[in-house]
Design a protein around this ligand. Sequence first.
Ligand code: CUA
Length: 167
Amino acid sequence: MHLHKLEKWWLILGISALIIFLVVLGFGAFYMGTHPQSHGLTIDPNNVEANEAFQQENLGLTKVDEDHYIVNVVASAFNYNLGVDEDGNSVTHIKIPKGSSVLFQVVTTDVIHGFNIAGTNVNMMVEPGYVSSMEVQMNKVGEFTLLCNEYCGVGHHMMFTTVEVYE
Ligand code: CUA
């Protein structure tokens, strides 16, 4: 079988691109631990309190044991509700010890929001009707910005808070 020279190059190019894409995908999935968020759990966006995790007193950071934490968040335009501190002020900063495993559970009561902790693997879309959850190991020390990366309205750019991972 005779293949034209250009056709050969075109085949090589196509097959190489395919191999590169698969390697990048495999590296992200198996080495970096990137995976789609879970969407198995549904919730009534008008009554998120029906789920115990999203009742006001259970929002924010909860310590489960020595190195396990849960962070429950109710997102709404244009805020992440992380509960209140002892003085009754809204929590805007959470602190997690390095190396702990953290389960983030996020819901929205209005429109689609994003939940991205810049510089980490945490990046979820939060859709009305679903509980977006993801468990990650926080191994990088530093102060990270948790921000909304889905355009949700005029206050979209003000929708952020901070997550600190300390030694
Ligand atoms: Cu919430 Cu953009």
